[in-house]
Design a protein around this ligand. Structure first.
Ligand SMILES: [Fe+2]
Ligand SMILES: [Fe+2]
Length: 498
């Protein structure tokens, strides 16, 4: 690692493609072959609907389908066709609708919907016979009555027929345009759980000395970015679910969510956010090379143990080099691994020998990381610090070494009372912050969920109250008096966010 600023990447030939560039090229490839796949898929459905299977036109359509599928699978290893609202995605790339493919789009969309299928996944071993089974099954179920069981019937028949390389799934992402916040929350929860699972898989396999598949992580990050862009607050709310045992994985996902939301606030493009999300998710990947006894040790660390723990930034760089799919590794990910504990004044670790300025990605991840780490309960930190105190310290104490602009943006993002903060109101009610007020002049008046009445009775789920709302006289009926520790009231924050 040189001490040149990471953005001056041209100084280090040959330059690796950044994840954004990789995504961009694979995006246009997928858009192209995805459309092609949809057209042949449609042709197969249509011809099989009109003619018996032996018919030459049907056979040709199935040949074409197998050829195009193979073409995609040679490059991508997996082909996923997924519906999301009115859109069709191929491996996370949204297909653009054009007039000439309108018929195939809408037909495939309709067949999948009638069958209750949200996604079709093919893996590299799929063959023409299995594709034929898929097409026949979809066709057979797309005409009759639709019931919630249709998808399960299809799944059962696929396995009966031995089509092991074809997977169909019920819809799992909600419509991008669904206003229904409950649905958005469900979708956020699934994205969150999936991201934690993928991260866990990657870190655990690295710990066992195996390589890990970056592609799945990339997809999880894309889902996070898409969701943050659609409905920021639903994912941010989930960062309050801090599972003690799963700390490492949950922490990585939280840092990813905070970083992406922060990057968005700072005006990064979607592709830059993909890049940032990946780097954030992998920021502590070096910890997979630190013994668990050191990571989970209760009480103080010995000098030697500190030395090992503080090696995780550069161990992370080495780990990223070893990941499968080398071209997929963001160069910036290595920089972030290396720099995220350095602090803006370079008093952190690893020690910088010469002056350097930290990459903006490192500054963003450092703030997200610092906030999540300080507000989490861990083996050696049984009482987490209240979020507002953490923010105050990050903002006021220059020795913490955070970038002021980034901290400011972070406070604007999550409010001075971040989601999940437990507060006492002037009505003596106890409430949990539900969402920051979108109007930044009301940062001190978030939307809260009242979880305990003035006489101390716990309510679940409790009612929502917008603290910026005034009564008929123009007064605020409720105002935050102070932040408190929810456990003092027997309140379990995660009960209200699951
Ligand atoms: Fe770290
Ligand atoms: Fe971290």
């Amino acid at each position: 690692m040189t001490d040149t600023p990471p953005d001056a990447g041209s100084a280090a030939p040959p330059r690796r493609a950044t994840i954004a560039e990789t995504v961009a090229t694979s995006d246009s490839f997928l858009r192209h072959v995805g459309r092609e796949f949809l057209v042949v898929f449609y042709a197969a459905l249509r011809s099989l609907k009109l003619y018996p299977i032996e018919n030459a036109q049907v056979q040709k359509a199935l040949d074409d389908l197998a050829t195009v599928a193979k073409h995609v699978l040679d490059v991508e290893q997996e082909l996923e066709l997924r519906l999301q609202g009115e859109f069709i995605f191929v491996n996370s790339t949204r297909l653009r609708l054009a007039l000439e493919n309108y018929a195939s789009f809408s037909h495939v969309l309709q067949v999948m919907r009638t069958c209750g299928v949200g996604a079709i996944r093919l893996d590299a071993q799929v063959d023409r016979r299995q594709l034929q089974i898929l097409v026949s099954l979809l066709l057979a179920h797309s005409t009759g009555e639709t019931s919630p069981d249709t998808i399960h019937e299809i799944i059962g028949k696929l396995s009966e027929a031995g089509a092991t390389h074809v997977v169909v799934e019920p819809p799992f992402e909600t419509d991008e345009n669904v206003a229904d916040s409950e649905k958005a929350k469900e979708a956020a929860k699934r994205t969150y759980a999936r991201s934690v699972a993928v991260t866990k898989e990657v870190i655990n396999s690295l710990r066992l000395g195996r390589t890990a598949n970056v592609k799945r992580v990339k997809r999880a990050v894309q889902a996070i970015v898409d969701q943050v862009l659609n409905n920021e607050s639903s994912l941010l709310g989930l960062t309050t679910l801090r599972d003690y045992d799963e700390y490492t994985f949950v922490h990585s996902v939280n840092v990813c969510i905070f970083s992406v939301a922060l990057g968005r606030k700072l005006g990064l493009t979607k592709l830059q956010l993909y890049d940032l999300g990946m780097t954030a998710l992998f920021h502590d990947v070096g910890k997979s090379r630190v013994p668990l006894e050191v990571l989970n040790k209760e009480g103080g660390l010995t000098e030697e143990e500190w030395r090992i723990l503080q090696a995780h930034p550069w161990l992370g760089v080495l780990t990223l080099f070893g990941l499968r799919g080398y071209g997929e590794i963001p160069y910036r990910g290595m920089v972030v691994c290396y720099e995220h504990h350095m602090k803006t004044d370079l008093t952190g670790y690893p020690r910088a020998i010469r002056p350097r300025s930290l990459s903006i990605f490192s500054k963003i991840v450092a703030v997200a990381d610092g906030f999540d780490a300080a507000t989490s309960r861990r083996v050696y930190q049984t009482v987490p610090i209240q979020p507002d105190q953490v923010l105050k310290e990050m903002w006021e104490n220059p020795r913490r070494g955070y970038d002021r602009v980034v901290v400011k943006a972070f406070i604007n993002l999550i409010g001075i009372y971040p989601v999940g903060t437990c507060v006492i109101l002037d009505t003596y009610e106890v409430a949990l912050v539900h969402a920051a007020n979108p109007d930044t002049s009301f940062v001190h008046r978030p939307v809260v969920r009242i979880v305990a009445s003035a006489d101390g009775a716990i309510t679940h789920p409790g009612i929502l109250a917008d603290l910026a709302e005034r009564d008929a006289q123009g007064n605020f009926p409720r105002t935050i008096v102070k932040v408190t520790d929810p456990s003092r009231f027997g309140i379990n924050v995660s009960d209200y966010f699951v």
